[in-house]
Design a protein around this ligand. Sequence first.
Ligand SMILES: [Zn+2]
Length: 286
Amino acid sequence: MGVNDGTVIGSELVLDHGSPIDRWNLTLVSDGYTEEELPNFRLHALEFITLLLATPPFAGPSAAINVYRLDVASAQSGADDPAPCGTGATADTFFDATFCGNGVDRRVLFVDDTLTLNTVYAELPWSHVILVIVNSTIPGGTKRGVITTSIHPKGLATGLHELGHALGLADEYDYSSTCAESGRDFHPAVEPAAANVTIDTSTLKWGHLVDPSTPIPTSTSSDCSVCEPPGLSPTPPGTVGAYTGGDHYHCGVFRPEYECKMRQFGEPFCAVCQERIDAVLFPFYP
Ligand SMILES: [Zn+2]
């Protein structure tokens, strides 16, 4: 792992909306690409930027955003995929990307956060959020000190979900690792800090976005010991209310819409998540 496993090649400003002093700066950095494979990383970075700008609300305030790309070559291609979740495959990569980062869930994709932060800040000290694109088609991504995504066909959408975490959003799904795990029946009686989940429907923190005709709570669970079955929305898509389940618990917690990118990676961000992202980016508008 580390600097003996590759080389920092250099950086490029790939979405330029002005001085980094004034903008919200996202840096995309490579791991698990050999030097010969770095042209692929440049393509994957462009794909991510295209997806970002096609995903509301990012297109609207895009003038607030700069995107940088930091090219780092790894000695070997791919990522570690250790037991018990993976195949046991290993790869000597610069930032030591590994699936199964928590020891139980293969999609938990960790890198060496400290090395990543130090390496990026040495080149691009104004970076607000760092997304490591890992050259593996295994699905995965995580928010820790930095955010990560693989290049699985759904992977770049995973990167947008992880970007939501970096902007202060919580998961809206109702489990932690898998639906099989226990201990996820009722949310602790503590209000989450995130804007998009709540335990309190009486002073609903996104109440200004709810139509008075929408019942609160908008959905309930008939069995708090299991994950909510998919496809049971009681309302049309885009209806803001208070739906049971979220923040890794089945009951005792509510999310703003039935679907959202913070719940299903292929969905749009819900209205509450979009409002939160807009609020974070607002100070960086020209
Ligand atoms: Zn949401």
